[in-house]
Design a protein around this ligand. Structure first.
Ligand code: IPE
Ligand code: IPE
Ligand code: MG
Length: 253
């Protein structure tokens, strides 16, 4: 491993025990804004800056994958103005940041039912995924109109169709096969989940994939989640004993 490359990593973090894949539930944008007397959308705007910084930080510190929950299947129930603003924000951000992310070797993926999103946003998303598909710097996945139950039901439907067409025997359905029909197929599962704003729930995020993720909850609102806060989360993670059902930890082995 090239330690020169990750020279920015804080000295108290162990390079060899970093999570390979970090997932974040970016929560608290609205409360961050309200507590400052600002409209909720100001929180989303600031939250986007925080995400950009976190992506850069992950890359600097040698973390291979970052997945961010940006919009859930349940978030459609918010006021139409907020939903419209978020869709516009995603599109504007993608348009503005794509070239630089590509230069920085970021591979971008979007997961969720993208077909329900505005057409122009879908086009931007497709373009960014195609353009960056061979990049090796960091794998950045954004979950938009994502819901885990929806994802699992969709996988079941696809598998059932294979059986119905006689291309698969029911006995051949196993965990590996189900995984192949999830949006995240061929992406290693998250090692660490971070949720901000003090809420301690998964809100329908990566339920299958996080069967063994370490979870870290902080009261900090997402827009304030900076490098120092991420550093704390990683220190906490490195203190965990990941046993995966065994007696001995696999990290300290
Ligand atoms: C998370 O912040 C962003 C999205 C869900 C899009 P919230 O908008 O949920 O902020 P709070 O929870 O209302 O403070
Ligand atoms: C979860 O946050 C979804 C995203 C961060 C995109 P919410 O704020 O929507 O979750 P709940 O409603 O508090 O569970
Ligand atoms: Mg919230």
């Amino acid at each position: 491993m090239n330690s020169q490359l990750y020279s920015k990593l804080p000295a108290d973090l162990d390079l060899l025990r970093l999570p390979q894949h970090v997932a974040v539930i970016m929560d608290g944008n609205g409360r961050w804004a309200t507590s400052r007397g600002l409209p909720r959308i100001a929180g989303h705007r600031q939250g986007a800056r925080t995400l950009k910084e976190l992506l850069r930080c992950c890359k600097d510190w040698g973390i291979k994958a970052l997945t961010a929950y940006a919009f859930s299947t349940e978030n459609w129930q918010r006021p139409i103005e907020e939903v419209d603003f978020l869709m516009l924000l995603f599109e504007r951000l993608l348009h503005r940041e794509l070239a630089q992310m590509h230069r920085e070797e970021v591979r971008i993926s979007f997961i969720g039912d993208l077909s329900a999103l505005p057409k122009s946003l879908q086009t931007q998303m497709e373009r960014s995924m195609t353009q960056t598909s061979n990049n090796q710097g960091i794998h950045f996945t954004v979950a938009v109109n994502y819901g885990s139950r929806n994802e699992i039901a969709r996988a079941c439907r696809q598998v059932a169709e294979l059986v119905q067409r006689g291309e698969l025997n029911a006995e051949e359905v196993n965990e590996k096969l189900v995984e192949q029909h999830l949006y995240t197929t061929s992406t290693p599962e998250p090692d660490l989940l971070i949720r901000t704003s003090g809420e301690m729930r998964l809100s329908n995020f990566l339920l299958w994939q996080m069967a063994y993720a370490e979870m870290y909850f902080t009261d900090i609102f997402w827009p304030d989640f900076d490098r120092a806060a991420f550093h704390q989360a990683l220190l906490n993670y490195q203190g965990r004993d990941r046993r995966f059902g065994q007696v001995k930890s696999t990290l300290s082995a």
